[in-house]
Ligand binder design. Structure first.
Ligand SMILES: C[S@@+](CC[C@H](N)C(=O)[O-])C[C@H]1O[C@@H](n2cnc3c(N)ncnc32)[C@H](O)[C@@H]1O
Length: 244
């Protein structure tokens, strides 16, 4: 049985949720664009007007991404899984309704549970799966594959590990530059430079276990996914996935 990572502060209840929710649009590179791309990919695949599709959000946080998907596709059924009780509570408050199901469970517990074959039409995740190491990412993608129906879509928005230290330096600088540009664009120029330490903090935290993009694309391909691709990338922030 896989144990949750004791260093994972999301699961230990440390209060990083509030900060994340308050700053996500500023510290997560192109968060609005990647969310739009996720919604677009689901629309290209399933059509403009979806009904009764079962969609799983892995590591849903406060439910902000599912909320946007539900706004576009109100007739689907949404399942939101997160290991943090505090984040799931926020999601519950944000998303009332009968076609929303909340699952408080760690990824590790989810991986240990027997798969429910062909349960979901679509599965997505945003900035969460990098908390699993490469081995458990493999288990996660295998489980996602089992739980998708044939023709089901999987999209992962996540941070990925650069291919070299040099490339990582550039991409960390791209991250900080993007944040500063965004602050200026949004009338917060006085905060420029506030997040200069963010990449180093991210790298230092053992709960962050980003894996290489190519390795993950290969993993998905080997699991049996087709149309596997990276649909967008800006520095370490990527959108990738495939179809069962
Ligand atoms: C950075 S937040 C992203 C939240 C949301 N997906 C979004 O994009 O706004 C990461 C989320 O993953 C959840 N998470 C982290 N590690 C997890 C684990 N091992 N099992 C389940 N959930 C986990 C956290 O509780 C948190 O809500």
């Amino acid at each position: 049985m896989a144990k949750s990572d004791p260093t994972n502060t999301w699961l230990s209840g440390d209060a990083q949720g509030e900060t994340y929710v308050a700053t996500a649009d500023v510290i997560i590179v192109e968060r609005r664009r990647t969310t739009k791309l996720l919604l677009d990919l689901f629309r290209y695949h399933f059509g403009d007007r979806q009904q009764g599709r079962h969609i799983l959000d892995l590591g849903c946080g406060d439910g902000a991404i599912t909320e946007q998907m539900r706004h576009c596709q109100p007739d689907n059924v949404y399942h939101l899984l997160d290991g943090s009780a505090a984040m799931l509570d926020k999601a519950r408050q944000r998303l009332p309704g009968e076609t929303i199901h909340f699952i408080q469970q760690t990824f590790e517990a989810y991986l240990d549970r027997a798969p429910e074959d062909a349960k979901y039409d679509g599965i997505f995740s945003s900035n969460a799966i990098h908390h699993l190491d490469f081995f458990d990412k493999g288990r996660m993608y295998a489980k996602v594959y089992r739980e998708l129906k044939i023709g089901g879509l999987f999209v992962n928005i996540d941070v990925v590990r650069p291919t070299s230290e040099r490339s990582e330096q550039w991409q960390f600088q791209m991250w900080v530059d993007w944040i500063d540009e965004t602050l200026c664009r949004n009338g917060m120029g006085n905060e420029v430079g506030t997040y200069v330490q963010l990449p180093a903090q991210y790298e230092r935290k053992p709960e962050n276990k980003p894996s290489g993009l190519f390795d993950q694309l290969e993993l998905l391909h080997k699991m049996g996914f087709r149309d596997v691709d990276c649909f967008y990338k800006y520095g370490i922030f990527a959108v990738f996935g495939g179809v069962k």
